[in-house]
Design a binder for this molecule. Structure first.
Ligand code: SAM
Length: 346
């Protein structure tokens, strides 16, 4: 195991079998060694800075029916909302003085959000705040649509691949969603020039060490600028209501591996990690993550974007409570910075 960890650190690549061995053979001691190396690698590139992103959840309408997701189309209990352009812009107006220099517009696949609409919002954010980056996370769209969004000024796009194993993908999604299309979308985003984020849930139903090894190999070869990794957490009104949540410990272990394979990747310590464990965000940062994404959505909709049970909305999760997040980061020797926090190419 130690040889594998050293090999990963030195070569930034392992075989599929080696990734699987690293996952299956993990223990506390190896996790500690990996985390120390990952944290050190992150320190060399980004120092003790933690980048913040203001997350604006622009709609919970979704035409998709992903089996794990609380805002899936078939969840009749989900109280739907959609922000107007003015509401989205007010979130940015609130976030800028708080120190946010990246705004992330995330939502379900809501057909109301035409290219014209999103482009006009991005253009207005860029006009008001030319020193800010805009990240979009609006699911699968055509190449032409991605091109238009990029041309309107959007800098980054997050689209988790969810799992790099086609059969596993089909167990998590309805038949009308295709693994090949998801992968095609990711390729298109990168080709067009977005700083692109892929990612996956840890502990999703039917996941194995083998499918996780495929995720790691995919991340290694795709070389995303960002990678979102968080534990799966069940939602009571989905087909996966009774499934077990993913582990915080394995999530952190995988964050460390990804940091070692892609030293300058932008790696969030996710809300799901903070939800699964009161100290989850700090654990993620100590394992090599360097981004947190507090929620800037209006207070009256914060609770409605419920992807999984008990998703955090208050405390350090709320952008408005940045001081609490600052304190938490300082308690582990890190510092929130006012910065766009772009990917550093090395
Ligand atoms: N619609 C966009 C998309 O498909 O990329 C963005 C919104 S989607 C709700 C954002 C992410 O939430 C998904 O990529 C998924 O990994 C995560 N997610 C959904 N349900 C979850 C759950 N039950 N537990 C943990 N993460 C979940």
């Amino acid at each position: 195991m130690i040889e594998l960890i050293n090999k990963l650190e030195k070569n930034r690549t392992l075989t599929l079998d080696e990734y699987e061995t690293l996952i299956v053979g993990r223990n506390e001691e190896y996790a500690r060694i990996l985390a120390e190396k990952a944290f050190e690698t992150k320190q060399k590139i980004y120092g003790n800075s933690v980048f913040i992103r203001g997350l604006i959840e622009i709609s919970n309408y979704c035409k998709n029916d992903c089996l794990y997701c609380g805002i899936r189309r078939s969840n009749r209990k989900c109280e739907r909302y959609r922000l107007t352009k003015e509401q989205i812009l007010s979130c940015c107006d609130e976030g800028y003085p708080l120190g946010f220099r990246t705004f992330v517009l995330q939502g379900g696949e809501d057909s109301h959000f035409t290219d014209d609409f999103i482009c006009s919002v991005v253009e207005e954010i860029k006009r008001r705040y030319p020193d800010c980056a805009v990240t979009l996370s609006l699911g699968e769209r055509s190449r032409e649509s991605y091109r238009r969004l990029f041309d309107s000024g959007a800098d980054r796009y997050l689209l988790r691949h969810e799992t790099a194993d086609k059969e596993h993908y089909e167990k998590l999604h309805p038949a009308n969603l295709s693994f090949d299309n998801r992968m095609e979308c990711l390729k298109n985003l990168k080709d067009i020039g977005f700083q692109t984020g892929c990612g996956f849930m840890v502990g999703s139903p039917c996941q194995t060490a083998q499918t996780l090894a495929k995720d790691l190999k995919f991340v290694e070869t795709f070389k995303p600028e960002m990678c979102g990794i968080g534990p799966f957490i069940p939602h009571r009104d989905t087909p996966f209501a009774e499934e077990t949540a993913g582990s915080v410990e394995l999530t952190c272990y995988l964050l460390s591996i990804v940091r070692l394979m892609l030293p300058s990747v932008l790696l969030p310590s996710t809300t799901a990690l903070g939800t699964a464990d009161g100290f989850g965000r700090e654990k993620g940062i100590l394992a090599g993550a360097n981004v947190v994404m507090p929620n800037l959505s209006p207070w009256d909709v914060k609770g409605k974007y419920e992807l999984y049970n008990n998703k955090l909305t208050g405390g350090a999760e709320a952008a408005q409570n940045k001081a609490e997040l600052e304190q938490r980061m300082e308690s582990i020797g890190c510092k929130i910075v006012t910065d766009r926090g772009d990917f550093i190419k090395i």
